[in-house]
Ligand binder design. Structure first.
Ligand code: GDP
Ligand code: MG
Length: 166
């Protein structure tokens, strides 16, 4: 199995930390899945039975800036073409305008969206349900995965769940 995954989320939620943890190699891709938008490959994870290709979504990472039509269209096209969208949030911060900006962009996509709640090492387990609910009130996520990109907790499970969607 092989497929494309895009990680979106506001600055400092831990996207790069996650990629650095899971991505073993940065190579050119030989996938037979065509993409019409040219996207930057951020890294590839190869396991015995799957290849996960993480690609950048230009435009969606700077929600504070007003995006031009072209940027919005480009971001939407990318979101349409990937197999899974990972929407990463910070468990230690309340949902904010930056998160809602991204959720609005997800509104019209049929691509499955995972809610990835990062930095769970910083919160008490009893608070997790409240955190999850603050996001699920806003969007119908395909999967909800709490993890810590820093210490690796639950990262392996996310990789397995991603593979199920390719
Ligand atoms: P990005 O802007 O989304 O790419 O976020 P970064 O990966 O640069 O991370 C921003 C900060 O959050 C860095 O100081 C990371 O070390 C920290 N960070 C990332 N993931 C975790 C995590 O799971 N737990 C904790 N405690 N800190 C994290
Ligand atoms: Mg980064």
């Amino acid at each position: 199995k092989s497929g494309f995954i895009s990680i979106i989320g506001r600055p400092n939620v831990g996207k790069s930390t996650f990629l650095n943890r899971v991505v073993g190699q940065k190579i050119a891709i030989m996938s037979d899945k065509p993409q019409t938008t040219r996207n930057k490959v951020q890294g590839v994870v190869t396991t015995d039975h799957s290849q996960l290709i993480f690609i950048d979504t230009p435009g969606i990472h700077k929600p504070k800036h007003k995006l031009g039509d072209f940027m919005v269209k480009s971001a939407r096209n990318t979101l349409k073409e990937v197999d899974v969208i990972m929407f990463m949030v910070n468990a230690n911060e309340p949902i904010g305008g930056g998160d809602r900006f991204i959720i609005d962009m997800l509104e019209k996509t049929e691509t499955p969206v995972f809610l990835v709640i990062n930095k769970i090492d910083l919160v008490h387990p009893d608070d997790l349900l409240t955190i999850i609910t603050s996001y699920t009130e806003e969007y119908n996520f395909a999967e909800i995965v709490p993890l810590s990109a820093l210490n690796g907790n639950n990262v392996e499970r996310l990789m397995e769940t991603l593979t199920n969607y390719l």
